[in-house]
Each structure stands twice: as C-alpha cells, then as structure tokens.
Design a protein around this ligand. Structure first.
Ligand SMILES: Cc1cc2nc3c(=O)[nH]c(=O)nc-3n(C[C@H](O)[C@H](O)[C@H](O)COP(=O)(O)OP(=O)(O)OC[C@H]3O[C@@H](n4cnc5c(N)ncnc54)[C@H](O)[C@@H]3O)c2cc1C
Length: 496
C-alpha cells in the first residue's frame, strides 16, 4: 500500500516537528516553504565577521527535542548538543542595583536577599508554587487539544482546575507578584516573564507565573552552535525520516471539496493530499489560503502579541559585567506596556535585552569583539512610522546603555543590521509581526487561542505559535505533538 500523503505549509519549528512526527507515523510528507531556508523565525546570518541568531535566543525545555529524536529512533548526540547555563539572566536597574539570576535556586535566593533584601523563602515559595501549577494544570493545557470534547472530560482537567487558586486565574500577574515579593525590582523581574509570550503583566493572569518554572526550575540551556542548531537538527532529522522540502515555494491556496481536504496550490500547480497542516500564521491561513474572510475577521478580535525591534550590533569591546542574557530595565514598566498595547508605540526609556552568544562561543565575533543582539519589545505593526520609531529607539537604547554601563557605545558599533515588525512579517509571514500569535492579556486567552484543527474541513490541521498552546519554541513543539496526535487518531482509515 502506498503511504498516504501529508503536506505541511511552512518549515517553522512546529512545521518541521509535525513533519517528523507524521513521517514516523508512516505518512509521505512534503514541506512547502516560502523562504529559501528552513526554520522560519529560527534563522541565522553573518555580517562583517559576526554571527547572529536572527530570532529566538532563549532555549528552555530541551526535552521536547529529545522526545522527537527518541520517537524517530535517531541518536540525538549525532545531530544536536546543548549545555545548561549557570546564569539565566543578568538584570540591571537604573538605580544602580543589579541581580544575577543563577539557575541554582539557593544561589539565586541568596542573591535576591543580598541585592534586594528579599527573604530567601520568597523565591523558594514562588518557584515551588510555579512547579506545582505546571504539574497540575500546565501539563494538561500544554499537552492536549483544549478544543476536543474528549479532553474536556479528561478527569485531570476537572481536578486541576478545582485546585487552582483564585489569584492565578483572576488577578493580574503584577498583582500576584506584588504579593510574593516586597521590592519593586523583584516584582519587575518576575513581571517580565509575561513578555515570554508577548503579553502585558499588568493584564495577563497570575497563571503566567508558571513561566519562571521553565527557566528557573527546569533550567536554561544553550545549544552548541547557537539557536540555529535547533533548526539544523530538526531539518536533518526530517530529511533522515524521508521528509521532502520544497523551498522558495509559497502555497497560494488550500483546496477542499465537500468539507474534505483535497490538497494545496503552489506556483500554479495542484498538489493533492488528504492531510494538510498549516504552520503559517493562522490568520493568513484563513484570510489568504482558505479565502475565509469571516473567520479571519473573527480572529482579528483576538489581541495580537507584541512584536520586537532588534539591533544586531558588532561591538568592538568586551564587557565583563555582561553575560549571555542581560536585561537593562526601563524605569516606567507599567507605562512601557501601555505604550505597547494601548497607544501602540514605544516609550522613550524601553527595557533593553542584550544577548551575546560570543560569551560562550568566541568564534561568533572577531577577537576583542562581541556579537550583540539588542531587542526591545515593540507593538504589533499597525502601520506606525517604523522609520521614525527605529531612529528614536536606537538613540534611547544607546543613551540607556551609556548611562547604565558607563560607556560610549556608538563609537564601539562596527556593524549594524536592524529588524522591525514589518520585516518580521515579511520574512516569517507573522501577521502584524507578532512574535507569539495572540497575546495572553486576559484570563480566557488560553481558551480563545485557535484550535489545532477545524471541524469545517476534515484533514486540515494547524500547528505553530499562532494556535494552541501558543508561541515560543517549547509551546510550538508541543503544538506539533498535539496536532500529530490528532491526525493519528482522526485518520486511521488512511492506513487501511
Ligand atoms: C525576534 C524574536 C525573538 C524571539 N525570542 C524567542 C526566545 O527567546 N525563545 C523562544 O522560545 N521563542 C522566541 N521567539 C518566538 C519563536 O521564534 C516562535 O514562537 C517560533 O519560532 C515560531 O515557530 P512556528 O513553528 O510557529 O513558525 P514560524 O517560525 O513562524 O515559521 C513559519 C514558516 O512558514 C512559512 N510560510 C508562511 N506562509 C507560507 C506559505 N503560504 N507557503 C509556504 N510557507 C509559508 C514562513 O516562511 C516560515 O518559514 C522569538 C521570535 C522572534 C521573531
């Protein structure tokens, strides 16, 4: 019997993970990718002797990748290596305080006590609660489709929801954190985790306090070779499992007949398949590939997550006080989020994130230099004057770094590339340049995020950061697992 065909639209991290899982299930899998390279947002470039990961820089939950290799019965060590890092992040405040967030919890608790006068028990209590929350409820939300009747009646969901404290569901993350820590700086550090899925800690529910569990309890990691090694490993694994990649080929429509999947159109050619998985932004999938304007309009009601403005700077200097991940906090954190989500612009003193992989791999920058990935959160694109915003942001970021690190940064910048929300949309097909699909700025966000399937068209599925369970590498990989599981249980007949 010939293997049934499955087509994946997009080779983002979720698209490739789904492709591998379906190949293991026995499908003949083809991945259509608009770009010339795999990985979507997880790409790399080199300029003037510096090497930069273009998108994600923080790697957590390597077990998702381990699981994929185990499933494919391939030795991960031949494709992918990673190490745990001792410091999750170095935080700097304008009042001169600084905090090193060690991944060793005892050490971190002592640091918070020394620098911010926080009781060591506060951190321990917070992280234990986050771990419990993850065990009780996170796992269920992240490992199952919330939109299948069966899951809802999964006993664990009822049990878990019943045990969640009121404050996690109905208080903002900021309100929750203010009860846990007494210093404004510690609250700001823990509020920051809302940005890991592009949300506002003053609106998003306390439930998001589960995120530090991933970074602090489970650990922070660095893939040898940089984040692009994740893309490369999944791409090689997919090839090994027989997945075919068709690059530089944009799918222009998804074809269905009488509510059943027929295939896709790309470059004026029809490619038949009973199973199609879209890893493209779900809004674009409905609007352009399915021509379903009313569903697309409905999706527009969901608030988009934030985007980013990134400066990739080659720096002629080495900074002893900086590590792999660094944050220079803005002075008006709440106002910063109002700018992002209410007035859709940038504050003049933004929180600045600096990622420097040459701290771990010297070859990523010439001798005596560092490769700086400098990112600030930006509003999703609504047609703002990005040229003007980029110029203003560059000035305020450099002034901030000069002020806080006591340098003249401009004179040290020897290479520069810039990415803004419009470019993110152009390069990765993310609607409005949002990094994480929809935001989690309300209690019901997890339930409102689009499903991994549609009951309107049998054989059509969705994976990636714009659908359940959400954006970020770990969640995208979980969306692939959920989608592949749904495909397996829905389509046993294809293998008979
Ligand atoms: C600047 C930045 C920083 C980030 N930082 C982090 C971080 O530190 N940690 C973290 O975990 N996450 C981070 N993220 C988020 C993370 O990168 C994303 O959630 C994740 O990579 C999204 O993967 P995806 O599978 O949804 O697909 P995407 O990466 O969005 O890729 C989708 C692919 O589909 C292709 N495509 C779209 N339409 C079509 C079509 N019609 N035909 C063919 N191909 C099509 C696109 O070309 C693209 O390659 C960051 C993102 C960005 C941009």
């Amino acid at each position: 019997m010939q293997a049934p065909k499955a087509i994946i639209i997009g080779s983002g991290i979720a698209g490739m993970s789904t492709a591998i899982r379906l190949a293991v299930q026995g499908f003949e899998v083809s991945v259509f990718e608009a770009n010339a390279y795999p990985g979507g947002k997880l790409s790399v470039f080199e300029k003037d002797g510096f090497r930069f990961d273009a998108g994600p820089s923080l790697f957590t939950q390597p077990q998702n990748i381990e699981e994929l290799f185990a499933l494919a019965q391939e030795p991960i060590e031949e494709y992918f290596q990673y190490e745990s890092v001792e410091v999750a992040c170095r935080y700097f405040f304008e009042n001169g305080k600084s905090v090193t967030a060690y991944t060793d919890i005892q050490k971190y608790a002592t640091e918070l006590q020394t620098q911010l006068n926080e009781k060591p028990e506060s951190l321990q209590r917070y992280l234990t609660a986050a771990a419990n929350l993850y065990q009780r409820i996170g796992i269920i939300f992240l490992d199952f489709s919330l939109h299948k009747f069966g899951t809802w009646f999964h006993q664990r969901i009822f049990r878990a929801l019943g045990t969640v404290r009121f404050s996690y569901l109905f208080q903002s993350m900021n309100a929750h954190n203010r009860k846990q820590f007494k210093s404004a700086e510690a609250v700001q550090i823990f509020n920051r985790y809302a940005t890991y899925n592009g949300s506002n800690p003053y609106k998003a529910p306390g439930m998001l306090s589960v995120i530090p569990h991933l970074e602090q309890n489970q650990g922070t990691f660095y893939p040898t070779g940089g984040m692009i090694s994740i893309t490369n490993a999944l791409y090689q694994l997919a090839l090994k499992k027989g997945v075919q990649f068709i690059f530089n080929t944009k799918v222009t429509s998804i074809q269905e007949k009488n509510g059943r999947m027929e295939g896709v159109m790309a470059q004026d050619q029809f490619y038949p398949a009973p199973i199609v998985v879209s890893n493209a932004d779900v809004y674009f999938t409905y609007q352009h590939l399915l021509n379903n304007a009313s569903k697309a309009k409905q999706l527009l009601k969901l608030e988009r997550s934030s985007s980013a403005l990134i400066f990739y700077w080659g720096i002629r200097h080495t900074f002893q006080q900086l590590g792999l991940h660094n944050i220079l906090f803005g002075r008006q954190y709440e106002a910063e989020f109002k700018h992002l989500f209410e007035t859709h612009t940038l504050i003049d003193d933004p929180t600045v994130y600096i990622n420097i992989t040459s701290k771990l791999e010297a070859a990523h920058a010439p001798d005596g230099h560092e490769n700086w990935f400098v990112m600030i959160n930006a509003p999703a694109n609504k047609g703002q004057d990005w040229q003007g915003l980029r110029t203003a942001a560059r000035k305020s970021i450099i002034e901030k770094i000069n002020r806080m690190l006591g340098v003249d940064l401009e004179s040290m910048i020897v290479s520069e590339s810039i990415m803004d929300p419009v470019m993110i949309e152009q390069q990765t097909g993310s609607f409005m340049g949002s990094l994480y699909g929809t935001s989690s700025n309300n209690v019901f966000a997890a339930f409102l995020r689009p499903a991994n399937f549609t009951s309107q068209i049998k054989g059509l599925y969705f994976c990636g950061g714009t659908v359940h369970p959400g954006g970020g590498i770990p969640l995208c990989m979980k969306s692939a697992a959920i989608t592949a599981q749904l495909i397996q249980s829905d389509n046993i007949h294809l293998f008979k």
